[in-house]
Design a protein around this ligand. Structure first.
Ligand SMILES: Nc1nc2c(c(=O)[nH]1)N[C@H]1C(S)=C(S)[C@@H](COP(=O)(O)OP(=O)(O)OC[C@H]3O[C@@H](n4cnc5c(=O)[nH]c(N)nc54)[C@H](O)[C@@H]3O)O[C@H]1N2
Ligand SMILES: Nc1nc2c(c(=O)[nH]1)N[C@H]1C(S)=C(S)[C@@H](COP(=O)(O)OP(=O)(O)OC[C@H]3O[C@@H](n4cnc5c(=O)[nH]c(N)nc54)[C@H](O)[C@@H]3O)O[C@H]1N2
Ligand SMILES: [Mo]
Length: 796
């Protein structure tokens, strides 16, 4: 961040939610004269130190960002060499791909899904994509992109986003200044982009801008997802998402009937001769994972235990799971480090769902609203305790300060930390609790037998202590071991049996290596725990401190760093070289993406893609289209889409019947509700801590001066905010920081709802903000639309 010339905080409020990391943005402002730009529906704490602030209606960032792309193209503010060599701009797209009146080709209205066959390149007879480096062919990505964004003029941006035209153009101008090869923009985003039914496409729109400006892979460039919890990056890496395994490998689905069909589906073939393609190693990563999971029980004969993995028919994400619970299809629920009635949409539906369980196990250091969902707290939790039969078990756990371990930050650095104190009372670590559950369940199955128990019985267990896997042991397992002596092609011994691996390049698909998470290979080798490295030497001054912690993969600090140099291997910015080709090899201040490939080999820098190129056209990767398109929030204050009234919201969003019934329209609920954080609290935990409770004691909502006047509300009044799903009561804060926006001929009001209060803890009791939010999510990730939904407000 500190290397950037422009920092755009859009879809996040970094000064508030990432106050420590945000200091690097301030360093850039101070040392590089960097401009900080904030685009947010609210004038935030980040906006208060920004050089440029532009208001925007929540849920309309795609319009804004495609408007930026149109500006960059029309004003020729792109890094043309970068776009030509490193993106798919020149590749030709199939003739049957089209976009018309809000829909891409292949839409199946009944299934509400796309047949994505036409979202692909044209190939020659060898299977290589056709390209036109002159950019004149009408089917090349560049011309299709130009046509697609041509609708997003400044007038359209103003009309849909409510952003005044001059504010929008100011942002465009600042961004465009970084199309110069020696200038970069860094985008910082978080939930303002993800918490929408078009969340993934919000982020993609920004990634496209970064490709056009030539900012990906550059120091001071990139797409900086500011992660939420410490340690949410690590959690994502080790695979708790509904359809992933550790290291972003795919959890098999029903179509993958055996190991071979699974590997075939997940091992992409290179389409450009000579292209480096990391996913071609997929079978090595996967078989090593299976050896980690099942140890000696995983053999070639039983496909390394492939049949023991669950095969999904549909993703069991949190929205689906709670809906199943609501329909009485779930008996028991283990809730570990999660306070769902506070943090998932539609609290009242959720309480009804938990009430249908036979039992629930809560593993948490604190009392949570979820663990006490069965208690009556008046309007805040209006339940009839006597009628709830769910048996609740509370297992007190430690928290991060009470155990050793590793935390992965937003820059993928794995940093080891050491226990600060013993946990109070009966608390045990999560590992101890899970080990206990595993061993006791196994014992019961051993005594009583049962169906389908192989996954549980075959899971490998070789920790020193039966009931306590240590953090060191788990970390080493994640790194991976040699299970036999390993030799390279020339017969040299690489690793002796039992030794830790140095890198994922040593992994095998023949059962002779084990690794719990291939991207972590190299983090704990025979030379020691590299996550514990604490050498902050920074020879380049760019902050690539290779001796501090360890970054996955391979200790690389900037992903796709090949793109920081031009096609000849010379850094785009000679003043700030990251890596460079010296005639023999890549040298510099970061671990190069690929070691020995000379520039002449023309290996594309985006080595996780089959064609090695950054994708302006996303092929079939996303659910709703290969280009982003503006769709209204699922609950829209306009009731229409100004661009295409026939397709108002994301057409491929999944929504369950029970949730659809609980949606409202702008006629009954005219205002946009949006939820967010305050520095003084962390979610719903810090309200248990006295100092935080003093700093922010009482629940409030923020409204504009215009709305306050219209409703006769003044600061300090108690207001009721409501919709079909429920209501909350809170103190009103009337503030010019929230503006009334002029959108499509109407005035749109935003009601800001901080999310930290609940009926447990030492703050004053409050209503859970998620009483109001709808059970609908992004069509790719199912991340709920917490940031744009409809409510009403009245003085209470
Ligand atoms: N003190 C503190 N810090 C935290 C947390 C905490 O609870 N307390 N939580 C952590 C977690 S888990 C996370 S994920 C991160 C989240 O970090 P952030 O995403 O920064 O946090 P939020 O406050 O939820 O939302 C950010 C901003 O998005 C804006 N916004 C809403 N809708 C839109 C939109 O459509 N477009 C644009 N451009 N902006 C929009 C909101 O007005 C808000 O200012 O914070 C982490 N840091
Ligand atoms: N309306 C609305 N809803 C939101 C959001 C929003 O912006 N708006 N943000 C969303 C986001 S980004 C997130 S990340 C979620 C967070 O949602 P949750 O993960 O449910 O919330 P937290 O309160 O951060 O953490 C849950 C529990 O973990 C416990 N815990 C802490 N350390 C440990 C540990 O070491 N072991 C165990 N077992 N437990 C531990 C805490 O005490 C806490 O009770 O909320 C989401 N919900
Ligand atoms: Mo988060």
């Amino acid at each position: 961040m500190k290397n950037a010339n422009v920092i755009v905080v859009m879809g996040g409020n970094a000064a508030e939610a990432h106050p420590v990391g945000f200091r690097w943005a301030l360093e850039a402002q101070k040392n590089n004269d960097a401009k900080i730009v904030v685009v947010d529906p609210r004038f935030t704490r980040t906006a208060s130190i920004a050089d440029v602030y532009a208001p925007i209606r929540s849920g309309t960032d795609i319009t804004f960002l495609l408007g930026v792309i149109l500006y960059l193209i029309n004003n020729n503010k792109i890094n043309a060499e970068y776009v030509k060599h490193y993106t798919n701009a020149s590749l030709l797209v199939r003739d049957d791909f089209s976009f018309d009146d809000g829909l891409f080709s292949g839409f199946d209205a009944e299934a509400r899904q796309y047949d994505k066959t036409s979202w692909n390149y044209q190939f020659d007879s060898e299977g290589v994509p056709l390209r036109d480096d002159t950019f004149t062919h009408p089917r090349c990505v560049w011309n299709l992109l130009k046509e697609h964004v041509s609708r997003y003029t400044p007038d359209v941006v103003e009309n849909i986003c409510g952003t005044p035209r001059e504010d929008f153009l100011k942002v465009c101008e600042v961004l465009a200044s970084t199309s110069a090869v020696d200038r970069t923009t860094s985008f910082l985003y978080a939930l303002g982009w993800t918490h929408h039914t078009v969340g993934a496409q919000n982020i993609r729109s920004m990634a496209m801008i970064q490709l056009l400006l030539g900012n990906m892979g550059m120091p001071g460039g990139g797409v900086n997802a500011l992660r939420g919890h410490s340690n949410v990056q690590g959690m994502t890496d080790i695979g708790p998402l509904a359809t992933t395994l550790p290291g972003y490998l795919a959890l098999p689905n029903e179509k993958h009937v055996d190991l071979q069909s699974y590997l075939d589906a997940n091992t992409p073939k290179t389409v450009v001769p000579g292209q480096v393609n990391y996913w071609s190693n997929y079978p090595k990563f996967f078989v090593s994972l299976m050896k980690h999971l099942y140890g000696d029980a995983a053999t070639r004969e039983n496909q390394w235990g492939y049949d023991w993995l669950p095969k999904w028919d549909q993703p069991y994400d949190v929205l689906r799971y709670f809906d199943m619970m609501h329909r009485g299809k779930v008996n028991g629920y283990i809730c570990q480090g999660f306070n769902p009635i506070a943090s998932t949409p539609d609290k009242n539906k959720l309480v009804a769902s938990l009430s249908k369980l036979k039992y629930m196990v809560v593993i948490d250091p604190l009392v949570t609203e979820t663990s006490n969902f069965w208690q009556n707290h008046g309007e805040m939790n209006d339940v009839d305790s006597a009628s709830i039969q769910t048996e609740v078990f509370r297992l007190p756990s430690t928290c991060f300060a009470e155990e050793d371990g590793c935390i992965v930050n937003s820059g993928r650095w794995m940093q080891w930390h050491w226990k600060g104190a013993d946990a109070p009372g009966e608390a045990r670590t999560d590992g101890q609790i899970l080990a206990g559950l595993l061993h006791h369940l196994r014992e019961l199955y051993r005594q009583e037998g049962g169906k389908g128990i192989e996954p549980l019985m075959n899971m490998s267990w070789h920790y020193d202590q039966f009931f306590h896997p240590s953090a060191e042991e788990v970390a080493k397992e994640n790194n991976g071991y040699a299970l036999a002596d390993l030799y390279d092609d020339k017969g040299n011994l690489l690793r002796k049996k039992g030794e830790l691996l140095d890198s994922f390049a040593q992994m095998r698909d023949d059962g002779t290596t084990s690794s719990g998470c291939w991207i972590y290979a190299g983090s704990w080798t025979e030379n020691g725990n590299r996550m514990a490295n604490r050498d902050n030497a920074d020879p380049s001054g760019l902050g690539t401190t290779l001796g501090w912690g360890w970054a996955w993969p391979m200790n690389r600090r900037v992903l796709y760093n090949r793109a920081s140099a031009d096609p000849q291997g010379k850094p785009w910015d000679p003043e700030r070289p990251l890596i460079e080709w010296n005639g023999q090899k890549w040298v510099g201040y970061d671990i190069p993406d690929f070691n020995n490939s000379p520039p002449e080999a023309n290996v594309g820098p985006f080595i996780m893609q089959q064609e090695g190129l950054g994708r302006l056209f996303a092929l079939n990767k996303l659910a709703e289209g290969p280009f982003p398109e503006h769709y209204e929030p699922y609950e829209t204050p306009l009731g229409t889409n100004p661009l295409h009234p026939n397709v108002v919201s994301n057409p491929v969003v999944r929504i369950f019947e029970a949730d659809a019934k609980r949606l409202g329209t702008h006629k009954d609920f005219p205002y946009v509700g949006t939820t967010y954080r305050l520095t003084e609290h962390f979610h719903t935990w810090t309200k248990h801590a006295r100092l935080n409770a003093i700093a922010q004691p009482e629940q409030f909502v923020e409204i504009s001066e215009g709305l306050a006047k219209a409703k006769g509300i003044t600061t300090g009044d108690t207001v009721k905010v409501s919709n079909k799903r429920g209501f909350i009561r809170a103190k009103a804060v009337v503030t010019p920081r929230i503006r009334t926006l002029n959108v499509n001929g109407q005035q749109v009001e935003t009601i800001g709802i901080p999310l930290h209060w609940g009926f447990e803890g030492r703050t004053q009791k409050g209503y859970l903000a998620n009483t109001l939010t709808p059970g609908v999510g992004d069509a790719n990730s199912q991340t709920p639309e917490f940031k744009a939904f409809l409510v009403n407000i009245e003085k209470a």
